[in-house]
Design a protein around this ligand. Structure first.
Ligand code: HEM
Length: 498
């Protein structure tokens, strides 16, 4: 009904201005989309773009959807008309399937609350000075990761590294979120419930497209989601309470000589807009959950892809090692301050994000009013999708786009100077692994820091090869992020540099 009303409300003039696209009945379309994986949807969209052009229209469930594929149009939408394109479609929020009034930055509509939460994250816990104050934690997590890899390597079996990367990133974010050095058992409990919720949310995304029908037909699934939510509250609320108690006692934690404020501290002190109340514990939980989920798999997936390419192309690993040897002396570790003197490392990380973006789509956007882009109407409330790989793999912008060539981000006579490259896309979008414009990933800087810091130290510590010359397979598979279908398995030889 909503679909028909939306259509009828468009005058025939407006209809003519809609982008081209295939005709499909909403209900059939809904069933078809429901059965497709994200990678299949990506292929279908690519075919539709070849047929209909750079901006197309299609039906997604009962909703109008627009897909934008070129750099120029993405820049027009996300940067030049950023305010209009910054909203999120409420229809796709899986939370809307079970309940309302749950807070998260990524699904919040672009209003006062979203601004408040986003500013709290970017100028609070993800501010450069705060991220720096977690240097001790970063070092400790790196050491745990290295020790575990060394321990595993003793077995002389090849090691599947992605789980180690994932756990390291998760530990770090748990510490930033709850501020305590939690024991392994609690970290595992948090990880288990977060993972269960993350995997179930995939199914509920689709159910959210047909909320009323979905609530009736999928009652069992809905109840299961409620139960997972209850479990999540029972694990996370005691940690939030502990932080409240802690705050009462000290206002700040003294750990290894550092004053550490964590994400929960900032949320406990936040007041809702217009002099409103503080957040309840139940309202803080989804914000913590989002913080942990948004930063763990994205960063560990990117790290796996980068290391896979370093194993596949030993000459790139050797070049990176030679840069490392030029920066750190014998017996020294690579510190955060050293990273700015490592242009090749930065190029390797950027190339990893271009060639293997952890997500192939931005989180869906919507527009707050009718707007015309390139002569085509994007109607108010349409779901707007941007495919990240269309930008990063475009042969018109990138030579040999499917090749892994860090040199494309370097310049100078010796080819070792960093090219000026704006990953935020504010002047021009060439690739957008973190999105662009008002909704750009607020974790961008911390993610780049972690990728550089961990990749550099892992290459300094070990020679990365495969056992008995096994091939590294770069085939992709869509899970929560786009991961390696055959996860990277490696043989590690300690290098003993310094
Ligand atoms: C390599 C690592 C990462 C990648 C590739 C990545 C990528 C992205 C992308 C593509 C978006 C959607 C942007 C859009 O819809 O326009 C996003 C949003 C978001 N990311 Fe990240 N991300 C990474 C790490 C992180 C980290 C470490 C955090 C926090 C600790 C984080 C927190 C968020 C949040 C809260 C949003 C929602 C922003 C909003 O809607 O306003 N991300 N990220």
């Amino acid at each position: 009904l909503k679909f028909l009303l939306d259509h009828c409300s468009l005058s025939s003039d407006k209809h003519k201005k809609l982008p081209p696209g295939p005709f499909a009945l909403p209900i059939i379309c809904n069933i078809l989309w429901n059965r497709k994986s994200l990678s299949e949807i990506e292929c279908i969209l690519r075919d539709m773009h070849t047929k209909y052009g750079s901006i197309i229209r299609f039906n997604f469930g009962f909703h109008q959807a627009i897909s934008i594929t070129t750099h120029e149009l993405a820049h027009k939408a996300l940067i030049q008309h950023g305010a209009i394109f910054a909203d999120r479609p409420s229809a796709l929020d899986p939370n809307s399937f079970i309940t309302t009034n749950r807070y998260s930055i990524s699904s919040a509509s672009c209003g006062l609350l979203w601004r408040l939460f986003r500013r709290n994250l970017t100028s609070g816990i993800l501010h450069a000075s705060r991220v720096k104050s977690y240097g001790h934690t970063r070092k400790r997590v790196l050491q745990i990761l290295i020790n575990r890899l060394k321990e595993q390597d003793k077995s002389n079996e090849s090691i599947c590294v992605v789980d180690y990367f994932q756990y390291a990133m998760f530990c770090f974010l748990v510490h930033m979120c709850f501020g305590e050095k939690l024991n392994e058992e609690i970290i595992r409990d948090i990880e288990t419930i977060q993972r269960k919720l993350l995997t179930s949310f995939g199914q509920f995304n689709m159910l959210a497209l047909v909320p009323i029908l979905g609530k009736i037909i999928f009652r069992k699934k809905r109840n299961k989601l409620y139960e997972l939510r209850r479990n999540q509250l029972s694990v996370l609320i005691p940690l939030i309470r502990a932080r409240k108690e802690h705050e009462k006692k000290t206002q700040c934690q003294v750990g290894e000589g550092d004053m550490v404020v964590c994400y929960v501290d900032t949320l406990l002190n936040l007041r809702l807009p217009n002099g409103g109340r503080k957040l309840t514990e139940e309202e803080i939980v989804p914000l913590c959950s989002e913080f942990l989920n948004a930063g763990t798999d994205t960063t560990s997936t990117a790290m796996q892809w980068i290391m896979a390419n370093l194993v596949k192309y030993p000459c790139i690993q050797a070049k990176l090692l030679s840069e490392i040897e030029g920066v750190v002396g014998p017996g020294e570790e690579i510190k955060e301050d050293d990273l700015k003197n490592m242009p090749y490392l930065r190029a390797v990380v950027l190339e990893g994000l271009r060639r293997h973006p952890p997500s192939h789509f931005l989180i869906p956007h919507t527009v707050t009013e009718d707007i015309t882009i390139d002569g085509r109407l994007v109607p108010k409330n349409a779901i707007v999708s941007f495919t990240i790989t269309d930008m990063g793999w475009d042969p018109k912008v990138w030579e040999d786009p499917m090749e892994f060539k860090p040199e494309r981000f370097l310049t100078g006579d010796d080819g070792l100077e960093q090219k000026v490259f704006d990953i935020t896309g504010s002047r021009e979008i060439k690739m957008m692994p973190f999105g662009a414009g008002r909704r750009i990933c607020p974790g961008l800087s911390v993610a780049l820091l972690h990728l550089e810091y961990f990749v550099a130290n892992l290459v300094k510590e070990f020679e990365w090869t495969t056992k008995d010359g096994d091939e590294v397979d770069l085939t992709e598979k869509q899970v929560f992020t786009v991961v390696m279908k055959n996860p990277l398995r490696v043989h590690l030889s300690p290098r003993n540099i310094g």
